[in-house]
Design a protein. Structure first.
Length: 173
């Protein structure tokens, strides 16, 4: 079962009781700025996100899961691993509630997801896609040792959102 743990965080599959916390993140325009163009998720989009994560968990034993702060037991964000479009690569990613920004949780959770791909799953490559304007996340991938491969479109990645333009970062072993 997919479960990642760090000193301060747990990353686990979504549970029905997590929906209100996830919905609250998706209603914050600052949290969603680089995730969904600053727009809130509709109930349908929330259902689609949770269904996609459940499907990825069933098919690949990984997901963009609930990021839990151990000290409080609260869901404080989204973090984990998922297949990147049709590339065959596994992508790491995160988004966090604004009240926990600046605590290093993205680096800590992203690092756990990266180690899961490279060490536990034995992959030789891990990637992340980041909105070109998202400087905080760019700093996170740089801290994790990832390097910019180039700017690409969702269509080039076989992504479910073909029109997105993102910077592709990777770490090769």
């Amino acid at each position: 079962m997919f479960l990642l743990e760090t000193e301060r965080l747990l990353i686990r599959p979504w549970q029905p009781a997590d929906r209100p916390a996830l919905k609250a993140f998706t209603q914050d325009p600052e949290v969603m700025r680089y995730v969904h163009g600053g727009l809130p998720y509709s109930e349908t989009e929330l259902d689609e996100f949770l269904s996609r994560q459940a499907r990825q968990l069933a098919e690949h034993d990984l997901c963009m899961g609930a990021l839990i702060e151990k000290s409080t037991g609260r869901v404080v964000g989204v973090c984990g691993t998922q297949p990147l479009g049709t590339t065959g690569d596994l992508e790491i990613g995160w988004w966090l509630g604004r009240d926990v920004w600046g605590r290093g949780y993205a680096t800590e959770g992203g690092g756990a997801a990266m180690r899961h791909v490279l060490d536990t799953l034995g992959r030789s490559r891990v990637v992340a896609i980041i909105d070109p304007g998202n400087e905080p996340s760019i700093r996170v991938v740089q801290r994790l040792g990832m390097h910019l491969e180039g700017r690409v479109t969702g269509a080039q990645l076989g992504h479910r959102k073909p029109d997105i333009v993102v910077d592709l970062f990777a770490l090769e072993r």
